[in-house]
Design a protein around this ligand. Structure first.
Ligand code: ADP
Ligand code: MG
Length: 386
């Protein structure tokens, strides 16, 4: 069982703030790093995109500086892009609010005077891209003399984008006693140099990617007709506890979700065009059981960690076997039983056979209409025994 944030030592107001978003238990990278970071250790964390690194470093940063005098910058989070700066700010703002820590984002391409004013009005945590941060330091508009908590996020991307000299320039200026956290999807060469030069006896944590294999779940392949597809999904979802349906495009997600609603299924789309808050709401409703079917794109599904998903539907055929496995792995989590169902149109049969071969599967593609009772329990149905 994943541990709760309270069990990891997260302060009550922050636990409540996370809970309000539907976040009760920690993701693996958070379980591994939060306690060490709260204890003041330097942490070097490796985990892939979507694994929850923002809260892994953000929770300890906000919590540790919440006790320090207000009006000084105590924590600095360096990120490679302005998009990331705003994302990190959005993700951490409610936590800051819960314990009275004020945050600001400092990045290029936006009004510098406004950012300066915000800093002057008093902030304790800054999320910044290196270039703009250096501008403000150079002009003496912001001071890092009181910074006790430094985070380098996406260190590998910083290196790829050629930002390491700037990052180091900033790190060298933080000379008071401080804690340094570094997070990255890879930890080789250049990143290792950063670790050696700027971290003190760091604890290293790596989240090993969970390997999904075809043996973990049952696989069903159903030949369907275009006009009947949404109804087939509705029939599956109505009889399952929790269903995740994968589409290849945001547009297909929206359309299918609407069709399912019309057919009486509580469905919610989840994809990159929706605001973070909407995605979180949909996810929380799905975890809580108010939504029966989540209609997702592959990208949006990356951060989804919901147990007890009994059916994964491949509404659109996945592009490759890796995507098939990754999608299918949303079911049968934590050792539960699950079934991955692929809906196959007549002109997709060859592609699907090729996909099966790549996966080491040899399942018949069986034609069904939406009124077929076998759709009610695809796990129990044995296509080879028909
Ligand atoms: P990374 O930085 O590793 O790419 P993020 O920090 O952006 O990943 O997190 C990916 C998504 O997962 C975000 O939408 C985030 O809000 C969500 N998330 C993070 N931690 C949790 C958690 N413990 N429970 C549920 N959702 C979480
Ligand atoms: Mg991140």
């Amino acid at each position: 069982m994943p541990r709760t944030f309270a069990e990891l030592g997260v302060a009550a107001p922050m636990v409540a703030s996370l809970s309000a978003r539907g976040y009760e238990t920690a993701f693996p990278v958070q379980e591994l790093t939060i306690s060490d970071a709260l204890l003041g250790r330097d942490v070097c964390g490796k985990a892939k995109t979507g694994s929850g690194k923002t809260l892994a470093f953000g929770i300890p940063a906000v919590q540790r500086i919440s006790e320090l005098p207000k009006g000084n910058v105590h924590a600095l989070i360096l990120v490679p892009t302005r998009e990331l700066a705003t994302q990190v700010l959005e993700e951490l703002a409610p936590l800051g609010e819960s314990v009275g820590v004020r945050l600001a984002a400092i990045y290029g391409g936006a009004d510098m005077d406004r950012q300066i004013k915000q800093v002057k009005d008093g902030v304790e945590l800054i999320v910044a891209t290196p270039g703009r941060m250096i501008d403000l330091l150079d002009r003496g508009e912001v001071s890092v003399s009181q910074v006790s908590h430094v985070i380098v996020d996406e260190a590998d991307r910083m290196a790829d984008m050629g930002f390491l000299p700037q990052v180091e320039w900033i790190l060298r200026r933080i000379d008071g006693d401080h804690q340094t956290l570094l997070f990255s999807a890879t930890l080789d060469g250049a990143i290792d140099g950063l670790v050696r030069r700027y971290q003190r006896d760091p604890v290293r944590h790596e989240v090993v990617e969970e390997e999904v294999t075809v043996e973990q779940m049952a696989h069903r392949f159903i030949a369907v007709h275009q006009m009947d597809m949404a109804k087939v999904v509705a029939s599956i979802a109505k009889h399952a506890n929790r269903t995740i349906v994968f589409c290849n495009t945001k547009r297909n997600c929206d359309r299918l979700a609407q069709s399912l609603l019309d057919l009486g299924v509580d469905a919610e789309p989840i994809h990159g065009d929706l605001r973070q808050r909407q995605r979180e709401k949909a996810l929380a409703a799905f975890s809580g059981g108010d939504v029966e079917a989540l209609i997702a794109t592959d990208v949006a599904a990356r951060g989804i960690h919901v147990d007890d998903v009994d059916v994964v539907v491949h509404y659109d055929v996945p592009d490759d076997h890796k995507t098939y496995l990754h999608r299918s792995g949303r079911t049968a989590r934590a050792g539960g039983t699950g079934v991955a169902v692929s809906l196959v149109l007549w002109n997709q049969e060859l592609d699907v056979k090729r996909l099966q071969k790549r996966l080491g599967l040899d399942e018949p593609i069986v034609e069904m209409f939406s009124n077929d009772p076998r759709l009610h329990d695809l796990f129990a149905w044995n296509p080879s025994a028909d």
